[in-house]
Ligand binder design. Structure first.
Ligand SMILES: O=C(O)C(=O)C[C@@H](O)[C@H](O)[C@H](O)COP(=O)(O)O
Length: 363
């Protein structure tokens, strides 16, 4: 078991990571919330079926309520958000109550936004159950989606703690593993060539990752994220680097339909595209073909999904939260480990997107 600490704005909180981490939750609550009145567990259908009864029994708290939401991005809708708020009001949660987010990235985004907005904010704790959530559970970005864009309604709202029990990762399906691992790759590419080289050498397939290796790359990823969030909690500057691959990635998710492609698999395509542009604009030595082949060996698709309009993708990117005045701002690399944010001209972007589509990716 390892304990990391995240500093974000005026807040500092622990991330307990390792097999059995969740066993520390009850004592954490007893020590830090002696006047706790009630707890609302927000979980999804998949996690609920697998782990909820065991989780509730281990907590054994008197006033525990549960809201089960749809799995994945389908949880991040106004309707589900409203249902959660209504349920919390019906169960008379008060400002001494606490929300436990028990699930993957989408549950954490939704539950965190419910906590951020219920009675103008009550505490919440992240208990992530996916690889993706090593990224989304840390740093305080909480949100729901809108038809006009992903994560368009949300807040920066930090959890009280994160209990990251890696036993929950053992039941993940391949697409979910790919989704989360893409964010590990992102953390390596934006931070450190040594991390990236180690990752490519260490991970040859995603179907049987040893616990020690999983713990090591998740811990490295969280440390990369924590260092950036400590510098820039509300994304006025360097926090945008954590969005590498997301400008196109979010556009693909929205155009393909939320849930039809996983977040990380869309980000993987976005990272290949962003790397290609980066190498065109900043001549640096990187074997993009080797990266592309590694991704395909791991099961990723590295070209645009069939039938997506590049014009519509551009329109989506113009609405990205990093864009200013409808000018698209991309996170590019000057070299591995050296990200920057650049404004890209619409005509240039459309030309590169059309080439990417025509060539089936980078080749
Ligand atoms: O924490 C951040 O900042 C990130 O950009 C991390 C992303 O991997 C994550 O998917 C985030 O939710 C996307 O942020 P958004 O601002 O593009 O909605």
């Amino acid at each position: 078991m390892e304990t990391l600490h995240i500093s974000a704005g005026s807040k500092k909180y622990p991330v307990y990571i390792g097999i059995g981490a969740v066993n520390q939750l009850k004592s954490f609550l007893q020590e830090n919330y002696p006047k706790l009145t009630s707890v609302l567990i927000i979980t999804d259908e998949t996690v609920g079926k697998l782990y909820l009864e065991e989780f509730k029994a281990a907590l054994n708290l008197s006033e525990t309520y549960v809201k089960v939401v749809p799995a994945g991005e389908k949880a991040k809708t106004f309707e589900v958000y409203h249902e959660c708020l209504s349920y919390a009001l019906e169960k008379k949660l008060d400002r001494k109550s606490l929300i436990l987010s028990f699930g993957g990235g989408a549950v954490g985004d939704l539950a965190g936004f419910v906590a951020a907005s219920y009675m103008r904010g009550i505490p919440f704790i992240q208990i992530p159950t996916t690889i993706l959530a090593h990224d989304s559970a840390v740093g305080g970005k909480v949100a729901i989606n809108h038809a006009l864009g992903k994560n368009m309604i949300g807040a920066f709202y930090q959890p009280e703690a994160v209990f990251y029990d890696l036993k929950f990762l053992q039941s993940l399906p391949p697409a979910e593993i790919r989704s989360g691992f893409a964010e590990v790759i992102k953390h390596a590419l934006i931070s450190d060539e040594e991390f990236y080289d180690w990752l490519v050498k260490s991970v040859e397939n995603l179907n049987s990752i040893p616990n020690t290796l999983m713990t090591e790359f998740l811990t490295k990823g969280i440390k990369v994220k924590g260092a950036i969030v400590e510098q820039d909690e509300t994304e006025t500057g360097v926090r945008a680097y954590l969005n590498f691959g997301h400008t196109l990635g979010h556009a693909i998710e929205a155009e393909a339909g939320y849930g039809s492609i996983s977040h990380g698999e869309a980000v993987a395509i976005g990272m290949v595209f962003a790397l290609k542009i980066s190498m065109e604009r900043h001549s640096f030595n990187f074997n993009l073909l080797e990266f592309n082949e590694w991704l395909k060996k791991l099961g990723y698709v590295t070209e645009l999904p069939e039938g997506l309009s590049t014009h519509r993708l551009l329109a989506r990117m113009k609405q990205d939260k990093k864009s200013v005045g409808q000018k698209v701002r991309f996170v590019l690399l000057n070299k591995i480990g050296s990200p920057g944010v650049e404004e890209l001209d619409d005509a240039y972007l459309l030309n590169r997107l059309d080439a990417f589509k025509r060539q089936g990716g980078i080749a």
